[in-house]
Design a binder for this molecule. Structure first.
Ligand code: ADP
Ligand code: SR1
Ligand code: MG
Length: 408
C-alpha cells in the first residue's frame, strides 16, 4: 500500500481493512480520536463506539516533525525502527511493552494495545504520585534489554546483525547528536531564544569550555560505542504507568549505542522532577521518595545486570575459562560501575539540554512563575554541570544523591 498521511476519518477506512485489528473489535462500530501529545508523530485512539474502553492505539509517523510542522522535514523511516524495537523488546520482556496488533513499514504505522488505565509517568510524578513497583520494573527492563542485546550475551554474528538492523536510524541519531549534545550549549536558532537573550546564566553555560569539552567526550561515546540496543529516548514521557504496571512506549530513537544512555535519560528525568518539587511544591517527603527511588533503581539495575550476566559463560566477548573466577568477578563489577558512571554523564547532558534547548520538560519550562522557573533552571544547570564534570570519577550511588541534595 502506498504511503499516505491519515486523519481521524481516513484511518477508520484503513483500519477496517485490517483483519487482525477488526477481529479485536468484532462487529462493533469504531471511531478515531487523535490523542498525540508528543513531539514527533500522530497517535489515534481507535475505540468501540458502544464500549470506549475497548480500544487500540494507531500511531503514524509523518514526513516532518509534528511539533514544528512541515517546515521541519524528518523522514518517516523512524517508524521502521520503532516497530522493530517494540518487537524486539517485547520478545525480551513482554510485560513491559504494549503488544503489537498490526505494523506496516510502508504506511509508517503501528497498531498496539491501548493502555487505558495508565498515565504518562511525568504527569504522575508532577502530581506527587509514588509508584511502589517502579524501581523494580524499570531496573529489570533496563538490565534485561541492555544485557540481552549486548556482546556480553549475543554471539559476534548475532550482535553484528542487530547493529545492521538498527543502526540505519540515521536521522533520529543525528537529532540526538544535535539536540542533546550540541545546540543547547551554544547560540543556535533552535534554542528557546527568548530565554537565552540577556540571560547571564545562558552566556555562562555557552562559554563554559570545561563543561563543553566533557560533553564532547560523551557525544563521542554516543556516536561510536555500539554496546546494546537502546530505547534511545527513555524519559518519563515514554513511560506509561499505574500502581501495578509499567509500560515503555515510543522507542523510535532506538539504535545500538552506549549502555549508559538509557539509564542516564531516566536518571535525568527523575532529577528534573526532584528539581520541580524542590522549587515549586517544596514537598520534602516526595523528594525523599525520589532520592530513594533513584538509589533503588541504580542498585537494582547493577544487581540484575550482573545476575543476567552470571547465567551465560560464553558470548561475543567472553570465552569460558579465559579469566579465573576472582578476575572475572572484578572485571564484571568494574564494567557495571563504568556503565553507571557513563549514565551520570549522559544524565548531565540530558538535564542541561532541557534548559535552553528546543525541547523543554514540563517540570521546568512549564513553571509559570518566572522567578521560580529561573531558580529551577539554575538548579538543573548546577546538578548537570557536576554530573558532566565528575561522571568518570563517581565511586558510589550516594555521591550522585549528594550532588542533588547539595544543589537546592
Ligand atoms: P511521539 O512519538 O510523538 O512522542 P508517543 O509515542 O510518545 O508519541 O505518544 C504520544 C502520546 O500518545 C503519549 O504521550 C500518550 O499520551 C499517548 N499514547 C501513546 N501510546 C499509547 C498507548 N499504547 N496507550 C495509550 N496512550 C498512548
Ligand atoms: C524536536 S524533537 C525533540 C525531542 O523529542 C524527543 O522526545 C527527543 O527527546 C528529542 O530530542
Ligand atoms: Mg514521545
Amino acid at each position: 500500500m502506498n504511503y499516505r498521511v491519515l486523519n481521524v476519518e481516513t484511518i477508520i477506512d484503513y483500519i477496517s481493512n485490517i483483519k487482525s485489528v477488526m477481529n479485536y473489535f468484532g462487529s462493533d462500530e469504531i471511531r478515531a480520536d487523535e490523542i498525540g501529545d508528543g513531539n514527533l508523530n500522530y497517535v489515534y485512539k481507535i475505540s468501540s463506539v458502544k464500549n470506549p474502553q475497548k480500544a487500540l492505539i494507531a500511531k503514524q509517523a509523518v514526513p516532518f516533525l509534528r511539533c514544528v510542522g512541515e517546515d521541519f522535514p524528518l523522514s518517516r523511516e523512524r517508524m521502521i525502527y520503532e516497530i522493530r524495537a517494540l518487537q524486539k523488546f517485547y520478545t525480551i520482556f513482554p510485560s513491559f511493552v504494549p503488544k503489537i496488533h498490526h505494523a506496516s513499514e510502508e504506511m509508517s504505522l503501528v497498531v498496539m494495545d491501548y493502555l487505558g488505565s495508565h498515565i504518562i509517568m511525568r504527569k504522575g510524578l508532577i502530581g506527587g504520585v509514588k509508584y511502589k513497583n517502579f524501581s523494580g520494573h524499570i531496573s529489570t527492563y533496563m538490565a534485561a534489554t541492555l544485557y540481552y542485546t549486548s556482546s556480553l550475551y549475543l554471539s559476534s554474528a548475532q550482535k553484528r546483525e542487530l547493529v545492521e538492523r538498527f543502526n540505519g536510524n540515521r536521522e533520529l541519531c543525528k537529532l540526538t547528536e544535535d539536540l542533546v549534545f550540541s545546540f543547547p550549549f551554544m547560540e543556535h536558532e533552535t534554542n528557546d531564544n527568548e530565554n537565552v537573550e540577556n540571560n547571564p546564566d545562558a552566556q555562562k553555560l555557552f562559554s563554559d569550555m570545561e563543561f563543553k569539552e566533557k560533553v564532547l567526550e560523551l557525544k563521542y561515546k554516543f556516536m561510536t560505542q555500539s554496546d546494546a540496543l537502546l530505547h534511545g529516548d527513555l524519559h518519563t514521557g515514554s513511560i506509561m504507568i499505574n500502581e501495578n504496571d509499567t509500560y515503555i512506549i515510543d522507542p523510535e530513537f532506538a539504535f545500538v549505542g552506549p549502555f549508559g544512555f538509557d539509564v542516564g535519560a531516566l536518571l535525568a528525568n527523575l532529577v528534573n522532577n526532584y528539581i520541580h518539587h524542590s522549587v515549586v511544591t517544596k514537598d520534602e517527603d516526595y523528594k525523599s521518595w525520589l532520592l530513594l527511588t533513584i538509589k533503588d533503581i541504580l542498585e537494582k539495575f547493577s544487581e540484575k545486570f550482573l545476575s543476567f550476566w552470571s547465567e551465560s559463560k560464553e558470548s561475543a566477548l567472553l570465552v569460558d575459562g579465559y579469566l579465573d573466577e576472582v578476575s572475572l568477578k572484578n572485571y564484571k563489577e568494574r564494567f557495571v560501575k563504568n556503565i553507571l558512571r557513563d549514565s551520570v554523564g549522559f544524565a548531565g547532558c540530558k538535564m542541561a539540554r532541557r534548559v535552553y534547548g528546543v525541547a523543554g520538560v514540563e517540570e521546568i519550562r512549564g513553571i509559570e512563575d518566572e522567578a521560580l522557573r529561573a531558580d529551577a533552571e539554575r538548579m538543573a544547570l548546577k546538578i548537570a554541570r557536576e554530573f558532566v564534570i565528575k561522571y568518570d570519577k563517581i565511586e558510589s550511588i550516594d555521591e550522585i544523591l549528594e550532588i542533588m541534595k547539595n544543589a537546592g
